[in-house]
Design a protein around this ligand. Structure first.
Ligand code: NAD
Length: 435
């Protein structure tokens, strides 16, 4: 590290280092991993302070006229964590459990995720506290448009580019794009990714996160010398990420023995028919009542004796309380933050190979980047080109992180953080501090 590239600063003070860690607070969980990697990188104190803070946090009230004629006021957030490497990139989540701390953690994760796969993006995230399953389509549209109008000053293809996340989808992205375009007085396709293909979306985007999970799982199995054909897999969460990861892994020969969603889980030793389960969810909106396996709980699913566990629902499902019981050889983190910092050491001691979220689920943002590139160039790629380029980036990134983990004798998570933090830090050093 060239000393003239280091930022001048005073003595390092690592806040909260020995304080009791609130395992369930996603921001603290993310920061504890950041701290460990920063220490190993010997990050200079000034830069350490900069990277521990988000650049911008917006909280807005979102009034919505409901179908019954009454007005409800929802709370929405948008956090831009770091934009040193390029426009902020991050999804929008509609969920009752959204908090500012969660959005901040997810925005920071987006920063590290984009850097670990070396995309020219920073990180952001947004969320609205609501229960979309209880809202009509027109209520959701009004909520989305008013939320978009409320954060419009941060949005833009060169500044902040949203994408789908939990409980948002292509249709929601179309409303965001339309609302933004109406304000700008011209159509701006590149302001969001994960849009319908008919209006500037990329082929392969919908499947990209699950496909990325499949690629890194394949690499991990290869690394551990486990044959993909017949490898047993349990997948928690059967939405966009979980269902597609399950489908593609089964097409590669893996046996998906368990799946679940918020309504419960299903176990079948002989393997679950994944296309059938996907069709069931398309018809019934959830797995509730699915007959393809025996009922199990979401907690049971996490501790099944399988080769691969794919947590692809929400955060904090593998904690210090249940990590000791996990029997999988590989955990491929499809969800963001499914493992708490307290669980990391326990999994390490058990020798479980964890492909961390910022690497494992980076396929989505990678194809979002392809979509943004295609929109700006006005020239669209074939699905084969998208998938091949995704494969190249995911396998190269896996190899980069694995190499670093061997070199520094650290686990894959710490190695992924070290790689991404060092990339963000290098740009900060080159740019310096504008005063
Ligand atoms: P989704 O809304 O399509 O699906 C979420 C799934 O999780 C649903 O099947 C839901 O029933 C299930 N679920 C919710 N609560 C649960 C609970 N308590 N127990 C078990 N299952 C539960 O969301 P998604 O897009 O698949 O996202 C899932 C995770 O992947 C999130 O952590 C998200 O941040 C992350 N992620 C998504 C993308 C993407 O491109 N969609 C990219 C990167 C990361």
């Amino acid at each position: 590290m060239a000393s003239d590239l280091r930022l001048p600063t005073d003595k390092i003070v690592r806040p909260d280092k020995d304080r009791f860690l609130n395992e369930e607070n996603p921001f603290e969980a993310m920061m504890s991993r950041f701290d460990r990697a920063a220490e190993l990188l010997d990050l200079e104190p000034g830069l350490y302070k900069v990277l521990r803070h988000s650049e911008k946090e917006i909280t807005i009230s979102v009034p919505v006229l409901m179908d019954n004629g009454e007005v409800e006021v929802f709370t929405g957030y948008r956090v831009l964590y770091n934009t040193s490497r390029g426009p902020a990139k991050g999804g929008i989540r509609f969920d009752l459990n959204v908090t500012l701390d969660e959005v901040k953690a997810l925005a920071a994760w987006m920063t590290w995720k984009c850097a670990v796969v070396n995309l020219p993006f920073g990180g952001s995230k947004g969320g609205v506290i609501c229960d979309p399953l209880k809202m009509s389509v027109s209520e959701l549209e009004r909520l989305t448009r008013r939320y978009t109008a409320g954060i419009i000053n941060t949005l833009g293809p060169d500044s902040d580019v949203p994408a789908p996340d939990v409980n948002t989808n292509e249709r929601v992205m179309a409303w965001v794009m339309d609302t933004y375009s109406m304000h700008m007085r011209h159509t701006v396709t590149a302001v969001v990714t994960g849009k319908p293909v008919e209006m500037g979306g990329s082929l392969g985007r919908r499947e990209a996160t699950g496909r990325g999970v499949m690629f890194v799982t394949r690499e991990a199995l290869r690394h551990l010398g486990i044959a993909m054909n017949g490898a047993t897999v349990a997948v928690q969460g059967f939405g966009n990420v979980g269902s597609i990861a399950a489908d593609l892994l089964s097409k590669q020969g893996c046996k998906i023995v368990a799946i679940s969603d918020r309504t419960g889980g299903y176990y079948n030793k002989g393997g679950i028919d994944i296309p059938k389960a996907i069709e069931y969810v398309r018809q019934h909106r959830s797995l509730e009542g699915f007959k393809g396996g025996d009922n199990i709980t979401n907690d049971d699913l996490l501790v099944l004796p399988v080769d691969v566990l794919v947590p692809a629902a929400l955060e904090n499902v593998i904690t210090s309380k249940n990590a000791g019981k996990v029997q999988a050889k590989i955990i491929a983190e499809g969800a963001n933050g499914p493992t708490t910092a307290g669980a990391d050491n326990i999994l390490d001691e058990k020798g479980i190979f964890v492909i961390p979220d910022i690497l494992a689920n980076a396929g989505g943002v990678t194809v979002s980047y392809f979509e943004w590139v295609q929109d700006r160039g006005g020239y669209f790629w074939s699905e084969e080109t998208v998938n091949n380029r995704l494969e190249e980036i995911m396998t190269r990134s896996f190899t980069d992180v694995l190499g670093l983990s061997k070199q520094h004798k650290v686990n894959m998570r710490t190695a992924a953080y070290m790689l991404s933090i060092s990339r963000v830090a290098t740009v900060h050093r080159l740019r310096g501090i504008y005063a």
